[in-house]
Design a protein around this ligand. Sequence first.
Ligand code: GLY
Length: 363
Amino acid sequence: MSISRREFVYSAAGVAAVGLGGKMATLGAQDSPPEKTDATGGPLVISSANGLAACRKAMEMIRNGSDPLDAVVAGVNLVEDDPADHSVGLGGLPNEDGVVELDASVMHGPTHKAGGVAALRNIRNPSRVAMLVMQRTDHVLLVGDGALQFAKAHGFKEEELLTDEARRIWLEWKENHSDRDDWVYPEASEEAAHRLRDAGLEFTYGTINCCCLTAAGDLAGVTTTSGLSYKIPGRVGDSPIIGAGLYVDNDIGAAGSTGRGEANLLNCASFMVVEFMRQGRTPEEAALAVLRRITAKCEKRLLVGDGRPNFGLTFYAVRKDGLIGGASMRGEGKMAYHDGTTCRQVTIPGLFPVRPEKHAQGQ
Ligand code: GLY
């Protein structure tokens, strides 16, 4: 079977294995991501499902010759700036005190350098601050007030990140999450509590991850988030931690994650995805293998029914040879990609089928 470097292969129905230039590439569900034959055929950008605009922006910049890290950071800045996305930046859901605290990291394949910020307040673009930590310090991670002072030293302006909509959601949580405090929902009804649960706003780990591969074979990635909604102030997730929420090895590939950060912190999960790709696994196989490892190591209190973790977790990965893919813990997930021609969301497989679960924690 001969496939030109600009052609992509899709599975016509269900799972299939197709030979690509002597390799066997396992394809997933019908609208699985395309699996590319080589890295020199053109750039690729991948992201979590909320990153279509980020993919478009990053692709435009890569085509215009930008550094891959500048491109993905500019991409996620669009989402950080969007008050309607409650998972990152401006409009992100706050901690339990109603204060938005942001985490982010970046990693640049060609130099193998990285930067991160954690529990950063009042600055809407933590990914840009993370990039400056990488470029303008001898460190990898700045946190809290130190990160804020560093951002201000570089001219970032402080602003209130809690939008009216995010405040409304936080107040609804506060007034409903316990009947043992003095916060009372105006309607004081079960219905309100159900509405909150149905809206999936009880707890979320919303995040955006975006990674890219240039035509020259260079890789870069960024992960940025407002973290776990209603978290204990000062809680830091996986997103700013290199190896947990993001990892890039310019010789192998890049991987990032959304979902329960604690699971990634305990398992160096994004690093492990890249290491599994180093062993020759496809991005999808690597992501599934890491999800299995996380499940095997998971605390019993977080397991439900037949041994499935009760939390959402998704990996997105691109290999240096141009294969892309990912996988989710609970049910099929979504990822976005831009291959230079098409920009769209695709379905990625789930390790476990989705079942309704009480207190399940979101992606
Ligand atoms: N993955 C985002 C977080 O746990 O903070």
